[in-house]
Design a protein around this ligand. Structure first.
Ligand code: PMP
Length: 283
């Protein structure tokens, strides 16, 4: 067997792993997900991600199909069975399979899928050394993006539009002209040695990488302000970044047509990456 995935209690060949056509994830995007990074066979920030998964489940009233403690066992199995040294785990829980009806089905067990993927660390190094380009897009998402749901059409469209303009990420802008976050990452700018990121609310996802970096910054006495920023602030910034479980800390060298700094990753990119890697918990 080549790649192996976990589907509702079974370990199946990735190419033949299937879910039912009336899974509510498929019909209503009625489910939630998590992405865990794997470094040298270890799961990064496991507790943060598993706790956010349970919060997401609870916010939309899905009962976990397995005990909280069992997730670790199955994720580890997927890492081992797929011989993942560096890579990621994608884990999704939906409300399960039922005849199509908007209301919650009664007595339906949630569906759980776990997929593992190898990513070669050279890809990250290459992107980090070059820096990424970002396009600003309207934030068209619903009002509870603090829940990590699989309803991702708005970010899909934003990222596609960014890609068409040779950009690796989209930064989403709200009706008041402030950046909320990236389509799949947290957004940051640095100005006069202070790092800025949007404060937590229902309008952004509480990034686990964000939380870990903030913890690291506190330990290193680096300045942070959780404050909204707009295009004017971006133009005036010295450096910019994104963070996410799979990108860790990634420098941004251009936002729309504005070059950030001298158009190359700045010195703080390396500092914040180190701070993050030191603060990170591996299990
Ligand atoms: N915001 C959004 C909208 C995301 O999809 C992600 C990626 N999960 C993040 C922020 C970053 O979160 P994390 O650091 O937990 O990956």
């Amino acid at each position: 067997m080549s790649r192996v995935s976990y589907v509702n209690g079974e370990y199946l060949d990735y190419n033949f792993a299937k879910v039912h056509i009336e899974d509510r994830g498929y019909q209503f995007a009625d489910g939630i997900y998590e992405v865990f990074s794997v470094i040298e066979g270890k799961i990064v920030d496991y507790d943060g991600h598993i706790n956010r998964l349970f919060r997401s489940l609870s916010e939309i009233e899905i009962k976990s199909p397995i005990h909280k403690k069992s997730y670790y066992f199955h994720i580890k199995n997927i890492i081992n069975k797929n011989l993942i040294n560096n890579g990621l785990i994608y884990l999704q829980v939906t409300r399960g399979v039922a005849s199509r009806d908007f209301k919650f089905p009664k007595n339906t067990k949630g569906s759980l899928v776990i997929i593992g993927k190898t990513i070669h660390s050279e890809n990250y190094e290459k992107a980090f050394n070059k820096g990424i380009q970002v396009k600003i897009e309207k934030d068209l998402r619903w009002k509870r993006v603090d829940i990590k749901t699989i309803n991702l059409l708005a970010p899909v469209l934003a990222k596609e539009s960014a890609a068409k303009h040779n950009c690796e990420e989209a930064w989403l802008i709200d009706q008041d002209g402030f950046i909320t976050e990236g389509s799949s990452s947290t957004a940051w700018i640095l100005k006069s040695n202070t790092l800025y990121t949007t404060p937590l609310s229902n309008s952004i996802l509480k990034g686990i990488t964000r939380q870990t970096l903030i913890r690291g910054l506190k330990n290193n006495n680096l300045k942070l302000m959780e404050k909204r920023f707009n295009i004017k602030d971006i133009k005036a910034s010295d450096e910019a970044f994104i963070t996410s479980a799979t990108q860790y800390v990634m420098p941004v060298i251009r936002v729309d047509n504005f070059r950030i700094g001298n158009g190359k990753p700045g010195k703080y990119a390396e500092i914040f990456r180190k701070v993050y890697m030191e603060a990170v918990k591996l299990s």
